[in-house]
Design a protein around this ligand. Structure first.
Ligand code: RIB
Ligand code: CA
Length: 313
C-alpha cells in the first residue's frame, strides 16, 4: 500500500510519535511535506516541533509549512496541560537546524492539490482541520487531487476527551471539521473509539526504549511523560497514542475495523459543541461519508511501531 502523503499536524506529543513512525516508512509513505496548525500548542511551537521531528528522524529534507494560527471562528484553545508548555512533554526542545519552508501551508495545499494527478494525494490530519478547511474555501476544486483523508478525530462510543461529548481536534475547530466532512473526498476517521483501545504498558514502552537508538529513547521518554496523565484522567490501564494510529492505518489497515457511516459535526454553541454525531446504526438514513474505525489490534500496532522506530537514527 503506497501513499503520496502530506501530514497536517499540531505536534503535540503523539503527533511527534506519528511523524517519526511515518518517516521510518519511506517506501510506503512518500512524504511530500508537513503542514503545521495551531492546536495542542500555538502555531510557533507546533511548526517548530514538526521541524524537530524531521531532525530526529534524519529527514531534514521534508519541507514544513506553517499554517493557520487560529480556528475558523471559535476562540482558540490549547492542550499544553497535556502536551507540556513546549508541546512535546518528556523531552527537551531546541531551535531546529532547518528553517520552515517559505509560504503558508494553505497556499502549499492549494498549489499542490491543484496540480497533482487526479485522486493521487493522501492527506493525514492529526490536529484541528483548519488548514484544509481554509484551502477548500479558497479553492474547492482541490478535492480532485485528493485520494483520501485519514483523520485522527472524533468520538462516539467512547465519549469525548475535552468535553463529555467532544474530541479535542474537532472541538478545537468544529467549523473546519464540518467543512472537511462535507467535502466529498473518501474519509477514514480514527476516533477515540479506536485510539482508547490501543494503549501503552510498561512493557510496550520498555520495548521501544530497548531498541537502543535515539528515536526509541525519544518515543519512550514522550510516552513515559504523556501516558500517566491520560491514564489518570480517563481511568485507563495505559496511555493512548492517538495520532500514531493514523500512520499504522496507512501502513497496515488490516489492524483496524470499522463501518462506513454518516458522520456530522455539531457546531452549535452548547453542551454538544464539537461533538461528532456518528450514525453507527444508520438511523438517520443519511449518506455515508466516513469509514469510522471502532476497533484496532493493540499488540499489532505496537509491533508495527517498534519495527519502524528501529529503522530511525
Ligand atoms: O484528541 C486527541 C488529539 O488531540 C490528538 O491529535 C492530540 O495530538 C490532540 O491534537
Ligand atoms: Ca494531534
Amino acid at each position: 500500500m503506497h501513499h503520496t502523503l502530506i501530514i497536517d499536524t499540531d505536534p503535540g506529543a503523539d503527533d511527534v510519535i506519528a511523524l517519526l513512525f511515518a518517516m521510518a516508512a519511506p517506501e510506503a509513505l512518500e512524504l511530500q511535506a508537513l503542514t503545521a496548525v495551531a492546536g495542542n500548542v500555538p502555531l510557533a511551537k507546533t511548526s517548530r516541533n514538526a521541524l524537530l521531528a524531521c531532525e530526529w528522524a534524519g529527514r531534514p529534507d521534508i519541507p514544513v509549512y506553517a499554517g493557520a494560527e487560529r480556528p475558523l471562528q471559535r476562540t482558540p484553545i490549547y492542550a499544553a496541560n497535556i502536551h507540556g508548555r513546549e508541546g512535546i512533554i518528556g523531552v527537551d526542545v531546541h531551535e531546529p537546524a532547518t528553517p520552515l519552508a517559505e509560504g503558508h501551508a494553505v497556499d502549499y495545499l492549494i498549489r499542490t492539490l491543484r496540480t497533482a494527478p487526479e485522486r493521487s494525494v493522501t492527506l493525514a490530519m492529526l490536529g484541528p482541520q483548519t488548514n484544509l478547511a481554509l484551502a477548500l474555501a479558497q479553492a474547492p476544486e482541490i478535492v480532485r487531487g485528493l485520494r483520501e483523508l485519514v483523520l485522527m478525530a472524533g468520538a462516539h462510543f467512547n465519549g469525548g476527551n475535552i468535553t463529555p461529548t467532544a474530541e479535542f481536534n474537532v472541538f478545537a475547530d468544529p467549523h473546519a471539521a464540518e467543512a472537511v466532512l462535507k467535502c466529498g473526498v473518501p474519509i477514514t476517521m480514527l476516533p477515540l473509539d479506536a485510539t482508547h483501545k490501543i494503549l501503552t504498558s510498561d512493557e510496550r514502552i520498555a520495548r521501544l526504549r530497548g531498541i537502543g537508538n535515539r528515536a526509541g529513547v525519544i518515543v519512550a521518554d514522550i510516552l513515559d511523560a504523556y501516558a500517566p496523565q491520560e491514564m489518570q484522567h480517563y481511568d485507563m490501564p495505559g496511555g493512548p497514542v492517538h495520532d500514531a494510529t493514523v500512520i499504522a492505518y496507512l501502513l497496515q489497515p488490516s489492524l483496524f475495523s470499522g463501518r462506513l457511516i454518516n458522520v456530522e459535526v455539531d457546531s452549535r454553541e452548547g453542551m454538544g459543541f464539537g461533538q461528532t454525531v456518528a450514525d453507527w446504526h444508520g438511523s438517520l438514513k443519511r449518506p455515508a461519508n466516513v469509514n469510522w474505525i471502532a476497533d484496532g489490534d493493540a499488540q499489532g500496532f505496537f509491533d508495527l511501531l517498534a519495527a519502524h522506530v528501529a529503522r530511525l537514527p
